[in-house]
Design a protein around this ligand. Sequence first.
Ligand code: ZN
Length: 140
Amino acid sequence: MQLDDLYRRVIMDHYKNPRNRGTFDEGAVTINLNNPTCGDKISLQLQMDGDVVKAAKFSGEGCSISLSSASMMTEAVKGKTIEEALELADRFSGLMKGEAVEFEELEDIEALSGVNKFPARIKCATLAWNALRKGIEHEA
Ligand code: ZN
């Protein structure tokens, strides 16, 4: 229970104080995705420099799981190459399957591990990561 409380605090912190929320004026790839089962809508923007994700921002609306996940993802992916970013997204998929994976880049992400016990919420948590994949594939 203590662990769950800690995880909940981390998630709520990202929800209430989102990192990288906003939009770039120019020079970014934009991916819009939504999760109709919950009503989450995310617009992700990636600023690429060659094969490196220079910066990421997101806007949109949704539940605490979807928006905190977007906040964490945009923070973790900064400065990563396309290959590293895809590996990160793969690791997040593993987390959603209940695999014991670690996120040295941003330990906050591990707070979402509890979501795998709630299948309906997995789509909320993976929304931003799916947008990341789409945006990167667009570039690659
Ligand atoms: Zn949701």
